[in-house]
Design a protein around this ligand. Structure first.
Ligand code: FDA
Length: 492
């Protein structure tokens, strides 16, 4: 991570490229982007952002806000629309203050999830927050789109626990919940980043966790009955004790039996309690997985954060403070929502398509619903995917060489198209934090029309799309804050 001492970097500055690349998780968007940013701003103070908005409006330049840089389509650091743009990179605005008495935290918009989790654990063993798994994801983008994590069945999404926020609007004003009003406060909790203004801080309610939680990561290949286990999982995933979240991930591996490529299901799981209680839940609801004590590890909540991020739990929690992406690859992701269990034949058909992509890094992740996640009304925040879903699907393919891009994109699009009969329809729902420009883009990012935007907008937000458009029309009628998938105002 380059050292940042200045507020503005032009392409002539020797650090420009390293700062631009430093938080790019996905190498694909930049590999096809027609333009580099005119300037990268790394504000140290809110007034620097206000000045940036003022100047950008005057010069007719677009602003892309970057928090953790994990946008799937790189919208925080590229402009596929060929419109000149400036990056406002919030990495210097990343302080976090925790108040254990009220169980609340103020988090600046450039902080990462890792920094948040680290800070909470520094102050308390029994407070936590429910958000995503990857520590280098930024709260700016993540909280703007939802925030699913290993405690979502118990507590819901990150957005369900935001109780205040500070935003800089199109007129450069700093507004909090009271001064922005309940409509805008509703819209920023899930309506997608880069649309309504620049979030400079979030206030969240912290959540109670036991001092001891239990994790397991049980792996079964197709030869070890993975299909049957996944079949059964679909019937218990959303109904099992909400203290337990079992999130299977299907990946390709070399078979130990014949060296050929096969698939394996990793049952990634967190239980908010001790191992004995977990075993009795599993024996009651999912005995087929044959979970035994030796498969499980008791640990603190913060150690479970390290565990799910792929670190050894003996590692210092300070690794959570690193902002450098854990692995930098070219990748494409997509999402779906499943409301009826997929049959055994259906699963086998999916495996067949996954095995066609033998040499790529592929993954299909099944994120269970139920519990608090499904109890919250679909209108409570812009994130509408609530009751009625058994699980959310995430598809991903990653590769190391730009020359492979077309082949990998073709593969994932084919898989997505094959999945149509197994997933939600009318609309075919998608999760805005797994942003996918294949679902549609505004007119080249330039002042989109409502009709064009509603194609992707109803997939992400269902009936909430309409309310988001109304709010955008109120707060940013000239559509200053925009990107390929930002909410348009009515007039455009
Ligand atoms: P980034 O900085 O790229 O911003 C994303 C979008 O929000 C951009 O449009 C940007 O302009 C805008 N934005 C950023 N900061 C803003 C601010 N302060 N104000 C207004 N707009 C702002 N999701 C999930 O739910 N659960 C998970 O476990 C994971 N795990 C995960 C792992 C990895 C490796 C990746 C790459 C992604 C995920 N995600 C995820 C998806 C993640 O939630 C999503 O990509 C977020 O938008 C990333 O937020 P960042 O701030 O990092 O991105």
């Amino acid at each position: 991570m380059p050292s940042i001492s200045k507020v503005a970097y032009t392409p002539k500055n020797s650090s420009f490229s390293s700062i631009l690349l430093s938080s790019e998780q996905n190498l694909r968007p930049a590999s096809t982007a027609p333009l580099k940013p005119t300037l990268i701003l790394t504000p140290f103070h809110e007034s620097h952002i206000q000045a940036a908005i003022y100047c950008a409006k005057k010069q007719g330049i677009q602003i892309s806000v970057r928090s953790g840089g994990h946008d799937y389509e790189g919208l925080s650091y590229t402009s596929p629309s060929k419109h000149p743009f400036v990056i406002v990179d919030l990495r210097n605005l990343s302080s976090i203050s925790i108040d254990t008495e009220s169980s609340t935290a103020w988090i600046q918009g450039g902080a990462t999830l890792g920094e948040l989790y680290h800070k909470i654990a520094e102050k308390s063993k029994t407070l936590a927050f429910a958000a995503g798994v990857c520590p280098t994801v930024g709260v700016g983008g993540h909280f703007s789109g939802g925030g699913y994590g290993m405690m979502s069945r118990k507590f819901g999404l990150a957005v369900d626990h935001i109780i205040d926020a500070k935003i800089i609007d199109v007129n450069g004003r700093i507004l909090d919940r009271q001064s922005m009003g309940e409509d805008l406060f509703w819209a920023i909790r899930g309506g997608g980043g880069g649309t309504f203004g620049i979030i400079i801080a979030w206030k969240v309610k912290l959540l109670p966790v036991p001092e001891i939680v239990t994790v397991f990561n049980l792996t079964k290949t197709l030869d070890q009955n993975a299909t049957q286990l996944l079949l059964k999982w679909q019937y218990i995933a959303d109904k099992i004790d909400p203290n337990l979240l079992i999130r299977p991930r299907i990946t390709n591996v070399n078979s130990s039996q014949n060296g050929k490529i096969t698939l394996q299901a990793t049952f990634n799981s967190l239980f908010l309690g001790g191992v004995n209680e977990l075993l009795s839940v599993m024996n009651r609801s999912f005995p087929e997985l044959s979970l035994v004590k030796e498969d499980c590890t008791e640990m603190s909540w913060i150690e479970s954060i390290l565990f799910f991020a792929g670190f050894a739990t003996s590692e210092s929690v300070d690794v959570l403070l690193s902002r450098t992406p854990l692995g930098r690859v070219y990748f494409k992701g997509k999402s779906d929502f499943v409301k009826q269990p997929i049959s055994e034949n259906g699963l086998e058909g999916i495996w067949k398509r996954m095995l066609e992509e033998a040499d790529g890094l592929i993954e299909m992740e099944f994120s269970p619903y139920g519990g608090r996640l499904s109890e919250i009304s679909e209108y409570s925040t812009p994130f509408p995917h609530r009751a009625g879903n058994i699980y959310m699907l995430h598809y991903a393919v990653a590769w190391n060489n730009v020359s492979e891009s077309e082949e990998k994109l073709t593969w994932i699009r084919r898989l997505y198209s094959y999945m149509a009969s197994y997933v939600s329809s009318s609309p075919r729902e998608a999760y805005v934090n797994y942003r996918d420009l294949d679902l549609g883009v505004n007119n080249d990012g330039n002042h989109p029309s409502y009709k064009v935007a509603s194609i992707w907008g109803t997939k992400y937000f269902k009936n909430n799309f309409e309310r988001l458009v109304h709010i955008k029309t109120e707060v940013d009628p000239s559509d200053f804050f925009r990107n390929e998938q930002s909410i348009p105002p009515f007039s455009s």
